[in-house]
Design a protein around this ligand. Structure first.
Ligand SMILES: [Zn+2]
Length: 645
């Protein structure tokens, strides 16, 4: 199966076009302003020797600039905004000036430890940062055809090949990202060394003897280096009293489960945290940091796609499938959110899905989207695009506020206090990750191969795909508010091919029939409806009316604290109660009368959305809104799981 480039698909969807416009006109500029305000961009000016000051932000702050550049390039590909182009060009030029002659760039070391590099791969994200630089270079090249950033990335990647190809097994990054970036670079350059290095990085995982000790030593080294940097800061401030010392805003409140610190430490020592506990072929259970896990699985699936059906792949693809199965059946929230424990940011145990502890970082669901897309392409199984859709509408979409300038980092399913959208975060990884993925939406709607065409997502759009002859495809979809979808297929000339249409699990199954998953949502119920026929330019459009009945989903009995509770869903959307809509009831104890549920499209609420009206068992009104829209009206309480008979 092959994918399309984002410029090959024209999105005309009323729901998603609005999102993409906010992304292109507000979010990306807001993020730039924040990167400047928090001095992330200044770090490159310091490294280039063009400014005096002290480096600010986390050791991995460079990655936020690269991810912004990645997002801005993808947005530019859709809409050539000269103001954005000017910011992109100035940042590329700055990166070029900050990069060392041999390709190395990592401002943390360049400014604080100029004689050192690659000394702390497990804790400091040196290779991770290089990975995001490379991804930005590939995206920029794909968007503009210009090689100016790509060539900087090739210089950096060639340095990595020189320093890491055929190196020892401990030479991996604690935070995966470089692997998938190198494969993307291989895809545009065709240079085999990048694919080989990505493969070696993946194969080395879980093969460091006594990894726990290795990690512990690096962690202690990291703490010493951090203390040294803090001393440098104090010395600098003492010498420069005019320097306005700077601290980033605080994170959202997160409710911690018991023994968090102890669990975190054990997790790290066992190698689970960074997926270093076992070789990749034995990693059949999703563990550790949920973003890292998603990037690892994405890279492995990408590698499978590149090497094809070989002996090498034959034992790797089933491993990916087993890990996926375990995730969706036992370790995923009803929203599609991943990562149960705040502080740990990791997968919990099977069925450990407390809604209030839920970390469900926005980036973890984004990583899952990337992985699921690759799985859809290598397996041709509808389940992966089904989960993609569910996570896109719920776990991902919740991450950006309606105006594009506020974000959620962690996404609990139950909030009593302290979680709301913020303009920026201490670790601002999610905003630009969201922006680059929204800009890429067109890529995930269709795929094709000789005499076959797949439609994965029902997003209104138009494209031309070559399945032997060029075929114009147009989707008119009323999702997510209504189930009507119309598909126009117009081949240039009469031809036979198979059209594979994903039948969404939420439309073809009844959740009350089965409790096969922890969350109550089961993407495995999705399938492709295959229409193989001779298509002519005169063929009539295909019409579907997907079932948008309001459904109540129950968690598996092994999920603690969920007995007698339901989640209300309609189509691909998970709903929640937010206190701002329900001032007269306690949303955490209200008893839903399921027979009272009815839907209504409210054009002037939250940009226009379908709300669900209901009553409690004692007759008081309840109002549900889509989960992704919560926290757009200031701080409030929220719950996804509701008491019901
Ligand atoms: Zn993030």
């Amino acid at each position: 199966m092959q994918e399309l480039g984002i410029r090959q698909v024209n999105i005309t969807d009323s729901f998603w076009s609005a999102r993409l416009t906010v992304n292109a006109q507000r979010a990306i500029f807001h993020q730039w302003e924040q990167l400047e305000a928090t001095r992330c961009i200044d770090n490159f000016r310091l490294a280039a020797g063009e400014k005096d000051g002290f480096r600010e932000g986390w050791f991995f702050a460079d990655s936020d600039a690269y991810k912004w550049l990645d997002a801005a390039s993808r947005i530019y590909a859709l809409q050539a905004d000269p103001k954005l182009a000017s910011l992109i060009d100035s940042l590329i030029s700055l990166i070029a000036r900050a990069q060392m002659p041999d390709g190395y760039i990592f401002t943390y070391n360049q400014l604080h430890f100029p004689e050192q590099r690659w000394v702390n791969l497990q804790v400091e994200h040196e290779l991770y940062c290089h990975g995001h630089l490379i991804e930005a270079g590939v995206s920029h090249y794909e968007a503009t055809g210009s090689r100016n950033l790509l060539d900087l990335c090739i210089k950096a990647a060639d340095l990595l090949v020189n320093d890491f190809l055929n190196a020892s097994n401990d030479k991996t990054c604690g935070h995966e990202e470089i692997e998938l970036a190198l494969i993307r670079l291989y895809r545009v350059t065709g240079k085999g060394d990048y694919l080989e290095l990505a493969s070696q990085f993946l194969e080395r995982r879980g093969r460091t003897p006594l990894y726990g000790i290795h990690w512990w030593l690096e962690r202690n080294d990291f703490l010493k280096r951090k203390a040294y940097v803090e001393q440098l800061r104090q010395d600098y401030v003492a010498k420069h009293p005019e320097y306005a010392s700077f601290r980033l805003p605080g994170d959202n409140y997160t409710k911690q489960p018991p023994f968090s610190k102890l669990r975190n430490r054990i997790n790290a020592l066992r190698g689970l945290y960074a997926q270093q506990h076992a070789p990749i072929r034995k990693q059949t259970v999703p563990v550790g940091h949920s973003v890292r896990f998603g990037y690892l699985e994405t890279a492995v699936a990408m590698l499978c796609r590149e090497v094809g059906k070989s002996d090498w792949q034959s034992d790797l693809q089933p491993t990916l499938e087993q890990a996926w199965e375990r995730m969706v059946t036992r370790r995923m929230y009803i929203t599609g959110g991943l990562g149960e424990a705040p502080g740990l940011e990791v997968f919990g145990n099977d069925y450990e899905l407390d809604p209030e502890y839920a970390y469900a970082e926005t980036c973890a669901s984004l990583a899952s989207l990337f992985w699921n897309w690759e799985m859809a392409l290598i397996t041709k199984d509808a389940r992966y695009s089904d989960l993609f859709e569910w996570q896109l509408y719920n776990a991902t979409n919740v991450g950006m506020g309606l105006n594009g300038d506020t974000y959620l980092y962690n996404n609990p399913l139950s909030v009593h206090q302290g979680v709301t959208r913020q303009g920026w975060y201490v670790v601002p990884c999610c905003p630009s990750n969201l922006s680059r993925t929204f800009a890429d939406l067109g890529k995930y709607i269709y795929s094709f191969e000789q005499d076959k065409l797949w439609i994965h997502q029902y997003v209104s759009s138009e494209t031309t795909v070559n399945v032997g002859v060029p075929v114009n495809v147009k989707i008119e979809s009323e999702l997510p508010w209504n189930g009507k979808v119309r598909i126009f297929i117009k081949p240039e000339q009469k031809t036979e091919f198979g059209l594979n249409l994903r039948m969404p699990s939420w439309a073809v199954s009844n959740p009350s029939d089965t409790l096969a998953t922890a969350s109550g949502y089961d993407p495995r119920e999705s399938n492709y409806q295959i229409i193989r026929r001779v298509w002519t330019p005169e063929v009539k459009p295909l019409d579907f009316n997907f079932d948008m009945t309001i459904k109540l989903r129950r968690a598996h009995p092994k999920v603690r604290g969920h007995a007698g509770k339901v989640t209300v869903t309609r189509g691909p959307l998970v709903y929640c109660l937010e206190s701002v809509d329900n001032p007269d009831v306690d949303i955490f104890t209200a008893q839903l009368d399921p027979d009272s549920l009815r839907d209504e499209f409210v054009p002037d609420l939250l940009g226009g959305c379908v709300v669900l009206h209901a009553k409690t068992m004692d007759g008081r009104p309840l109002k549900f809104i889509p989960y992704f829209l919560w926290a757009n009206r200031g701080e409030s309480q929220m719950t996804v799981w509701v008491d019901s008979k």
